[in-house]
Ligand binder design. Structure first.
Ligand SMILES: Cc1cc2nc3c(=O)[nH]c(=O)nc-3n(C[C@H](O)[C@H](O)[C@H](O)COP(=O)(O)OP(=O)(O)OC[C@H]3O[C@@H](n4cnc5c(N)ncnc54)[C@H](O)[C@@H]3O)c2cc1C
Length: 287
């Protein structure tokens, strides 16, 4: 439970952080809330020789609407999302997600940037960001690049971030009128990682048919999963019980659950179906 020794830096500007990351190469790790990195270091699953704590770099902690996007700064804490009037009033899917993560102590420290950058398929924000069609902004000494979240998660604990890049912002297109979303999570006990989680975001057209559906799945594969078959199926359909149930069946086809302490694969597949049904139903109610 005691991490291997490391050198600790607390840069006060982005340029300083980039220089440290470049100087120390692959042996350096960024620290945000420490809620995933520190436990991994204590278990010696991670042994970075250099820690670059980015918490004193100003301007990375905000939630705002600007230029057609909801913008969330990489260092925004889960508790900030829960307390945000904007999130509470306009983005219930994000409020659902943040408030189901761990417990208040963890949420006071953990950041949204860290939740995505960690690349853990059991984390909750990735599915929600997939449903919302979000982009991740990666900033490095080269400048900035926008990575669609659907291309961000490459394999278990591996993302499209390059060494030396800091996840500085998450951008979500502001949903048009007649949109709604929800996140449902099955957990063994309060505060646990998901046995299964499902995020659904829908937009209806003026005839009440589904114009766009985004569906993301948590912890049923080596990466967070976009349930493409269900999304495509719903386009143009009325979001009634019949079509929602068919979409829920299709979501299972994209899931790749494995058996573990949280249950057998068949059980998880059944839960994907049920939670997709619930998430789509709640999303429709919220449009
Ligand atoms: C008891 C407990 C329960 C938990 N339960 C849940 C849960 O139910 N759901 C859930 O989603 N999560 C859960 N977590 C995990 C935790 O919430 C997230 O993984 C956490 O939000 C990660 O963010 P952080 O800021 O703490 O990242 P850190 O731990 O600081 O970093 C995690 C990884 O991301 C990298 N990183 C961090 N920030 C950046 C950045 N801005 N740019 C580039 N790389 C970066 C770090 O180098 C590291 O590799 C739990 C954690 C604990 C301790």
């Amino acid at each position: 439970m005691i991490p291997a020794s490391f050198e600790y830096f607390r840069p006060k500007a982005m340029g300083e952080a980039f220089a440290l990351l470049e100087q120390h190469g692959e042996e350096a790790k960024i620290l945000s809330g420490g809620q995933s990195l520190i436990p991994m270091m204590k278990l010696r699953l991670a042994r970075p020789a250099y820690i670059i704590d980015i918490n004193e770099i100003p301007g990375l902690r905000y939630v705002k609407e600007e230029d057609g996007y909801l913008k969330i700064g990489g260092l925004t804490h889960e508790a900030d999302l829960e307390a945000s009037a904007l999130i509470q009033s306009k983005y219930p899917i994000i409020l659902d997600t943040a408030s189901l993560i761990a417990d208040p102590q963890v949420r006071n420290m953990a950041t949204v940037g860290g939740n995505l950058a960690h690349g853990d398929p059991a984390n909750d924000h990735p599915a929600t960001m997939l449903a919302l069609n979000a982009q991740v902004i990666a900033t490095g000494s080269h400048g900035q690049r926008a990575i669609p979240v659907k291309d961000f998660f490459l394999s278990l604990f591996t993302t499209a971030l390059q060494h030396g890049e800091i996840l500085t912002e998450i951008r979500i297109p502001i949903p048009p009128a007649r949109s709604g979303g929800a996140y449902f999570k099955l957990e063994r006990k309060v505060g646990d990682f998901a046995t299964v989680g499902v995020a659904a975001q829908v937009t209806l057209d003026s005839n009440q048919a589904c114009e766009r559906a985004g569906i993301g799945l948590t912890n049923v594969g080596s990466t967070p999963i976009k349930a493409k078959k269900a999304e495509e199926f719903l386009r143009g359909k009325t979001l009634d019980e019949f079509h929602i149930k068919q979409a829920a069946r299709l979501a299972v086809e994209d899931a790749r659950p494995s058996p573990d302490l949280r249950g057998p694969a068949e059980y998880k597949a059944a839960m994907v179906k049920e939670l997709t049904r619930r998430a789509l139903t709640r999303a429709r109610e919220r449009t």
